[in-house]
Design a protein around this ligand. Sequence first.
Ligand SMILES: O=C(O)C(=O)C[C@H](O)[C@H](O)COP(=O)(O)O
Length: 217
Amino acid sequence: MARTTDTLVSMLQAQPVVPVIVVDDAGSAVPLARALVAGGLKAIEITLRTPPALDAIRAIAAEVPEAIVGAGTILNARQYREAEAAGSKFIVSPGMTQELLDASSKSDVPLLPGAATASEVMALVEEGYTMLKFFPAEQAGGAGYLKALSSPLAGVRFCPTGGVSAANAPDYLALPNVVCVGGSWVAPKNLVASGDWDAITGLSSEAATLGTGTISV
Ligand SMILES: O=C(O)C(=O)C[C@H](O)[C@H](O)COP(=O)(O)O
């Protein structure tokens, strides 16, 4: 477990923002991944919310070797195995179930499980997970909530996701236990649909250089 946590942290800590992508067309996956990588964001999460998601992961894994493609919205063991077989380098879930933990223990592909309460964080720490997704970040209480939540939970690191934007990301990134944030704002659906890869590279580049803010809590 320590080994997979280290792998996960090393993949995610190189960038302040992990783009969260909902793919509507597998054909856009490769140019989209190239545009994000060109801006500086290599680790990319493709959510399994749409039918082309696995094909998109396969295409990026095969054709964009400089990207680190992961799978999001993984809710069960079957999806975990399918995402791994498609070439995912990391797996993200909005939460945690025993089935997912069992799938993760049988896999070399690390899991970033979701938590939003002290009890959820503590249950995952008991299972050996110390790098967690804080989800849904803004709706659960934002950076101030995460700061308060994590004060007694030393040693746990987070990737806040859900409602995170260029405007509020610096508040999360200012927290010492935040490795990166996740967000969909870097690849808006309209720009993907129109194939405006230069605009997406611009958003990626802005996100890749986001600094830390200071939260007033
Ligand atoms: O389903 C998952 O595993 C997810 O990763 C959910 C994402 O965290 C949110 O969909 C982020 O969405 P935005 O609020 O648009 O940035």
